[in-house]
Design a protein around this ligand. Structure first.
Ligand SMILES: Nc1ncnc2c1ncn2[C@@H]1O[C@H](COP(=O)(O)OP(=O)(O)OP(=O)(O)O)[C@@H](O)[C@H]1O
Ligand SMILES: [Mg+2]
Length: 184
């Protein structure tokens, strides 16, 4: 593991080679977090480097930590994370911040039509930052260039994460966020 990352962010263990971390290709970045706080810090790092129109698609079982990550994103956008909870029944909550956060929860949807009905396309391609919990439910309407975040429970306090950029904007975004994480 990168000694700098190990020193500055002790709970995170990256499984990627240095060449992969430096590259511009769409390689996944694999991380482990050892506490909810570390997952929040990852969310913050992603938010700090986000550009308008950024989309984070979150995948993972119940309790994987999707909302914890979303709270970190909120904090990184100067939004009070206490106001961020899974919007399972309303599908989307908008939070005003440095960028507007559009927080979706697609748990109850069978496909993306329910999101199109509430105007999600405008949000995906707008000036805010979209975070979508249960993104697998709405795979048919996700934008092409986004960061896919796959999360799984690997211990009581441990979560395994794989972050995959799916286009050039998100590759640059992810690289910036990983550099930011090293410097926290
Ligand atoms: N490393 C970790 N990262 C994130 N959450 C963790 C971690 N370790 C333990 N947890 C706990 O796991 C739970 C994650 O809950 P969270 O609501 O974020 O899950 P979720 O993926 O959004 O679930 P749901 O699909 O029900 O909305 C929290 O209780 C949190 O404290
Ligand atoms: Mg949730």
């Amino acid at each position: 593991m990168d000694p700098l990352l190990a020193a500055r962010f002790p709970g995170v263990r990256s499984r990627n080679s240095p060449a992969q971390r430096k590259g511009t290709a769409l390689h996944p970045v694999a991380l482990n977090t050892c506490s909810p706080d570390e997952t929040r810090r990852l969310g913050e790092a992603l938010a700090r480097c986000a550009r308008p129109g950024g989309v984070l698609a979150l995948y993972g079982e119940l309790g994987a930590g999707k909302t914890v990550l979303a709270k970190g994103v909120a904090a990184g956008l100067d939004i009070d994370p206490r106001n961020v909870t899974s919007p399972t029944f309303v599908l989307m909550v908008r939070h005003a911040g440095r960028l507007t956060l559009f927080h979706f929860d697609a748990y109850r949807l069978a496909d993306g039509n329910g999101l199109l009905d509430i105007g999600a396309e405008e949000m995906f391609f707008g000036k805010g930052l979209c975070v979508i919990e249960w993104a697998d439910r709405v795979a048919d309407v996700l934008p092409d260039d986004r960061i896919d975040v796959r999360m799984s429970v690997s211990g009581a306090k441990e979560r395994a994460l794989a972050l995959t950029p799916t286009g050039p904007q998100s590759a640059t975004w992810l690289r910036g966020a990983m550099d930011g994480l090293k410097n926290t």
